[in-house]
Design a protein around this ligand. Structure first.
Ligand SMILES: C[S@@+](CC[C@H](N)C(=O)[O-])C[C@H]1O[C@@H](n2cnc3c(N)ncnc32)[C@H](O)[C@@H]1O
Length: 393
């Protein structure tokens, strides 16, 4: 039974549902799965057992992305491309109450469930995908999240969908063809097509965090979103969503969802490192908001070109990691090991910004005795190679 449509039908039939229900919550390893498959084949048709176990495996994999993963319907490809729940919710929150939304390229519905559930009562969402299996799964998953009633579907190429009555489109174009991931830039449909939609409706496009900003027209906002310190995505908001003119960047950090935007003011001064070093979140650096963060916090830069900030007070911010500086001086590799030993440092996380060098070779050469963990920062201060030895503040 390899036809995905038939496989899904079989899983949705009462006997398929009974088998899937038996599997919910089970943590299977390849060994336990083999034994279980043998036992199940004595009761259920072999094809059904294979289909159910493969769906169960995808559900297990989906747990880091979805709180209701154990009941969702997934394809491997659909899961890999699906937006994780916190990211989808974060985006959908900004769209609450905007009117009728079309989710173009809805896939298995990662965004769809957040878009439909973003308002109370659930907003009507038109889900569009040219892959009939993905579209069916999107609806099933919307039902798992209890927002299925709000979803209408159209199985077509998004380029031919009728958008009459739609206020906003959300597009998450495919960035892979089959199992082949496309390089940053190309997508299906292309970004240029998504952007042109803004002539008709409000548009929100999910893009790779490495997007070339030159491809985003003037007047659009690019939001960079990270989960903790991991940069996850860029979201392009058409001019209809941009509050203040000229505000073209935003950095958002999940799970709190706190957001940083431009902080107008004088250029930030450069000075030698003080008692604390601030390592901005990658969403902030990618959004080009390092100076804005410095202005908001009252911190200074240590170099005109380097994205580390400094202060003499232990500043706290959701947009930066604060490190206490134990030692700061020009980069002299030969002296590093003795400097670290004298501070009782036994292991280092090496943070490199603006200075070339092989981190692994350096760590090996240091050969430190047991001691406290520290962060070794390889960087530039006033354009001179510099080393800072720091610990978390
Ligand atoms: C990145 S996935 C969408 C993921 C979705 N936002 C989620 O969170 O589950 C892209 C989807 O776009 C669909 N797709 C790609 N090109 C399309 C087109 N021209 N028309 C309709 N659907 C398309 C693919 O079938 C795939 O399901």
């Amino acid at each position: 039974m390899r036809d995905p449509c038939t496989e899904l039908d079989v899983l949705l039939a009462p006997v398929g549902q009974a088998l899937l229900a038996e599997l919910i919550g089970l943590e299977l390893t390849p060994e336990t799965e083999l034994a279980l498959a043998r036992r199940l084949r004595a009761v259920y048709p072999a094809d059904l057992v294979t289909a159910a176990l493969s769906m169960h495996e995808l559900r297990q994999r989906a747990r880091p992305k979805f709180t209701r993963a154990d009941r969702m319907y997934l394809t491997r490809d659909g899961l890999e491309q699906a937006s994780a729940e916190p990211l989808a919710r974060h985006r959908a929150a900004r769209l609450a109450g905007v009117g009728k939304i079309a989710d173009l390229c809805c896939g298995i519905g990662g965004d769809l469930v957040a878009l439909a559930g973003g308002s109370e009562p659930a907003s009507e969402v038109l889900a569009v995908d040219r892959d009939p299996i993905h579209l069916r799964m999107a609806v099933l998953n919307a039902c798992v999240y209890e927002v299925g009633e709000a979803v209408r579907t159209v199985c077509v190429d998004v380029r031919s969908v009728d958008l009459v009555g739609v206020d906003v489109v959300f597009v998450d174009p495919a960035r892979r063809i089959g199992s082949r991931r496309l390089a940053t830039g190309p997508s299906e449909p292309p970004l240029s097509w998504c952007i042109e939609l803004a002539e008709r409706v409000g548009v929100v496009v999910k893009a790779a965090p490495g997007i070339d900003r030159d491809r985003v027209p003037a007047g659009w906002e690019v939001e960079f979103v990270s989960a903790g310190r991991e940069l996850k995505e860029a979201v392009l908001w058409s001019p209809a969503f941009v509050g203040a003119p000229g505000v073209t960047s935003r950095a958002s950090v999940l799970p709190s969802g706190e957001q940083l935007r431009a902080v107008p003011g004088e250029p930030v001064e450069c000075r030698a490192p003080g008692a604390y070093l601030l390592d901005p979140n990658p969403a902030v650096t990618r959004a080009g908001l390092v100076e804005d963060l410095a202005r908001g916090l009252g911190a200074w830069k240590i170099d005109p070109m380097i994205a580390f900030l400094s202060s003499d007070r232990p500043l706290r911010s959701p947009f930066a990691r604060t490190l206490r500086v134990l030692d700061s001086g020009p980069w002299r590799e030969k002296e590093l090991a003795s400097r670290l030993r004298s501070l009782g440092v036994g292991s280092v996380e090496i943070r490199r910004r603006g200075l070339a060098g092989d981190v692994d070779t350096l760590r090996r050469r240091l050969r430190l005795p047991p001691g406290q963990p520290a962060t070794l920062v390889m960087t530039r201060v006033a354009d001179r190679p510099w080393a800072l030895i720091c610990v978390d503040a």
